[in-house]
Design a protein around this ligand. Structure first.
Ligand code: COI
Length: 331
């Protein structure tokens, strides 16, 4: 049994090495992404490990079959970019890491909201310019706000606990409600109810084709004036042009975006000194009340270790037993 891992960063390397040594299994690590041009490298490997926000298209799985790959183990949770039907058709099992650290993402979401509420980036800029005045950047306290959590899986539930700790009123919506939260009466009946009541809308749901641009012009129109948006989930959930209009009209007071629909050519790339050719993204970056971060909500030591080790264990399990607890099923 031998594996090849793509997109491996320096901070992941020690975990790959110690696992390979402990398990006596060869794991080749490469820093590049899994693309059509790098695909030949998988020849002869039983398992492929990858972490990318770009696509894993149907053709990739045909080649996996040709090269004898049995399993694709992605080191993250979301599988919206994986053609699962093509994987199945070519006899390739796909595993993910469903819970590497829900708190990592939840904590980051709250961090970003607090920054927006207290105008910290504005003050950092002002202080750098020796402008030490306060007004008009008066902040808001979380305990006076209603936070609307969309998606109450592991990450959404971790976020709910943190927001409750701050004394915020938390409401939630999920197509598949959690039994305990339902008992606690946290759910509203519809997206529209959540939009009408929430001072903060925070996304913690997976992306499906049906939910593309869930937050569009109509959705923003239904929200309270001065709402804050936090998106650490998936860029496709938000119509960015509609968000820009809502920011400019004051409907949305601030947005923290750790994901963006066209992020795969931007995030986790060094583009210093280069002109970015995405006018919508450039416009977003110019907004004073938008915090853009490059998909780093997950990025903690705990999460990174779990992502590497759990994905390797899954790949090993598939190769040894034909299955793993983390197999991703087509819904
Ligand atoms: C996920 O786990 O799905 C994430 O969004 C993390 C990212 C590095 C792909």
């Amino acid at each position: 049994m031998k594996f090849i891992a793509f997109n491996v960063r320096q901070d992941e390397q020690p975990y790959f090495e110690s696992w390979a040594q402990q398990n006596q299994i060869e794991v080749k690590t490469v820093s590049g992404s899994l693309t059509n041009s790098s695909l030949k490298q998988v020849d002869g490997y039983d398992g492929v490990l990858a972490l990318q926000t770009g696509k894993y298209p149907a053709e990739m799985f045909k080649d996996f079959k040709k090269y004898g790959v049995k399993v694709l183990s992605i080191r993250n949770v979301g599988t919206d970019n994986v053609d699962l039907a093509a994987a199945e058709a070519n006899g390739v099992l796909v595993t993910n890491v469903p819970a590497y650290s829900p708190n990592a993402i939840a904590e980051f979401s709250v961090t970003q909201l607090l920054q927006l509420l207290r105008n910290t980036t504005v003050f950092r800029q002002k202080v750098a310019e020796q402008d030490f005045r306060w007004a008009p950047y008066v902040g808001k306290e979380l305990r006076n706000l209603t936070v609307g959590v969309i998606g109450t899986g592991r990450i959404g539930r971790a976020a709910i606990n943190i927001y409750r700790g701050f004394g915020a009123k938390v409401i939630a919506y999920d197509l598949y409600p959690n039994a305990q939260l339902q008992k606690e009466g946290i759910y509203v009946a519809s997206y529209d109810d959540l939009f009408a009541q929430a001072d903060v809308v925070t996304l913690h749901m997976p992306a499906t084709a049906a939910d593309r641009h869930l937050l569009n012009a109509q959705a923003f129109a239904k929200m309270k004036k001065g709402v804050y948006l936090i998106n650490t989930a998936r860029g496709t959930l938000v119509d960015t042009q509609a968000l820009l209009a809502a920011l400019k009209s004051g409907k949305v007071a601030g947005a923290a975006l750790d994901t963006y629909e066209g992020e795969s050519s931007l995030f986790n790339h060094d583009l210093r000194g280069q002109q970015i050719k995405d006018p919508v993204f450039n416009e977003l970056m110019r907004q004073p009340n938008v915090l853009v971060t490059p998909h780093i909500a997950f990025y903690t030591t705990t999460a990174v270790e779990n992502m590497v080790l759990i994905s390797l264990n899954s790949a090993k399990s598939v190769c040894k037993t034909g299955t793993a607890e983390t197999i991703v099923k087509i819904h």
